[in-house]
Design a protein around this ligand. Structure first.
Ligand SMILES: Nc1nc2c(c(=O)[nH]1)N[C@H]1C(S)=C(S)[C@@H](COP(=O)(O)O)O[C@H]1N2
Ligand SMILES: [Mo]
Length: 431
């Protein structure tokens, strides 16, 4: 699978350089302008989305439908980050009431009875165009064979703020801590089934789902609807068109009536409110695989890395930042670790800012595309500030590093995070 992906990327890159590929909906000029404009990424970081500007103060959140109580979420522009302390005791699946939301604009409230999915493009037999697509409605989809999978959805920028706070790097984008991830049980139809029903051709190269939310405008440029191509090899492997999350119909904010779930891959792959899918016999490009979701910076080629695919390795404590622990008492620390490259094999925890480490107990078997819960006991003796650290190793043998190579948009932070807490003089602690 991995080697398929890199062969595919080389092939697609060759097509792009040969000028065969096109960035649909965005002119070459716009793309070049975007790539050249150093200010674009900064604008993304600081501009409230159009939705935020337009949302009346009475709305519960920035264009988000579900309630966002401050104990469960931290609002960041048009997005809502999950507070990790709110996950303690919640079980393997993230309840919808605390699952993070990342919206480029705002949540559209769609009607499943008028919703249709349109498939079109040169990679389908007969090459139907966008005006005469192959169409399925919601009830067609519900009559197809369905599968249920566990998978996290995690923003590629999750943990971005630690590039700055721990490493002193300048990065642009939403200043997430570690709460731009959730794991859910998704039920839906394998995308491969729908593609074959639509007449997938042997020459298909890329598959590009597109959302029905508003056009995304950045730095004065309308980038069109949120869309990002997937190689056909991944699209027919384990991708699903999901209509259920944790046993309920998808909530509005998470893509109702239907979203794409692409296990292990960067969050942007999981297109919500999917309305159409272009299937092409050539590489496809959108701003989301050319300007965004690639690694740029001094450690990377001038044109950036290959488009991002898998998420990386991370760990988080289910503890509020700055939490206090009484000395002289045994505390149970809990958290979760996950990797885009496999399951979690081992987690170590330090309660003294990285001086000593102990093995955490794992509460879930290693599972690809999902996290493992863990716990460790701590009996602090000395009052004062300290930092909790968790360091995971995945089933490929990779361990979280102390420091990670920066990239200008702050994607894929995987270094060990220092979690500040303090120990207070407990009733049973000695003077
Ligand atoms: N149509 C559409 N799909 C989208 C987005 C969006 O803004 N519009 N955001 C993407 C990004 S960047 C992420 S990280 C995930 C977030 O999914 P969630 O809001 O269900 O947590 O959805 C992805 N799919
Ligand atoms: Mo994201």
């Amino acid at each position: 699978m991995r080697s398929d992906e890199s062969t595919y990327d080389r092939h697609r890159l060759a097509q792009w350089l040969a000028g065969e590929a096109r960035a649909d909906g965005v002119s070459r000029r716009d793309l070049l302008r975007l790539a050249a404009a150093a200010g674009v990424v900064t604008t993304l970081a600081t501009l409230p989305g159009p939705a935020a500007a337009a949302t009346p103060a009475a709305a519960p959140g920035p264009g988000i439908v579900k309630p966002l109580p401050p104990e469960l979420f931290t609002i960041r522009g048009t997005n809502a980050e999950t507070n990790w302390a709110g996950l303690r005791g919640t079980g393997f699946h993230t309840p919808v009431d605390r699952f993070f939301v990342r919206n480029h604009t705002s949540t559209p409230v769609l009607d499943r009875d008028t919703w249709t999915l349109k498939l079109w493009g040169s990679g389908l037999r007969g090459a139907p165009d966008a005006t005469r697509p192959v169409e399925f409605d919601y009830h067609d989809l519900r009559r197809m064979p369905s599968v249920t999978i566990n998978a996290f959805v995690e923003c590629a920028g999750n943990g971005r703020s630690y590039f700055t706070s721990q490493q002193g790097d300048t990065v642009a984008g939403t200043a997430w801590t570690l709460g731009a991830i959730g794991t859910a049980r998704w039920r839906g139809v394998p995308l491969s089934h729908v593609l074959h029903r639509a007449g997938l051709s042997r020459n298909a190269v890329d598959v590009q789902p597109r959302g029905l939310d508003d056009d995304y405008v950045s730095g004065g440029v309308n980038l069109g609807r949120v869309r990002r191509p997937l190689p056909v090899a991944k699209a027919v492997d384990d991708v699903i068109l999901a209509f259920e999350m944790n046993g309920e119909p998808l909530p509005y904010d998470h893509g109702y009536p239907v979203r794409v779930i692409v296990p292990s891959w960067v969050g942007i792959s999981n297109i919500k409110w999917v309305g159409d899918i272009e299937v092409a016999d050539q590489a496809l490009y959108s701003p989301w695989n050319t300007d965004f979701y690639k690694l740029f910076g001094s450690a990377y080629p001038a044109g950036g890395s290959a488009p991002l695919t898998r998420q990386t390795l991370k760990s988080a404590f289910e503890t509020a930042p700055g939490a206090t622990f009484a000395a002289g008492t045994r505390h149970r620390l809990t958290g979760r670790s996950w990797s885009g490259n496999g399951g979690i094999r081992r987690v170590e925890v330090s309660t003294d800012d990285g001086v000593t480490w102990q093995r955490a107990r794992l509460h879930d078997r290693p599972r690809a595309a999902a996290w493992s819960r863990w716990s460790a006991d701590w009996h602090p003796d000395t009052p004062g500030p300290t930092a909790l650290l968790a360091r995971a190793t995945d089933t490929t043998g990779r361990t979280q590093p102390v420091r990670t190579t920066p990239n200008t948009q702050g994607y894929l932070f995987d270094a060990v995070v220092r979690h500040p807490v303090s120990v207070t003089a407990g009733s049973r602690s000695r003077p």
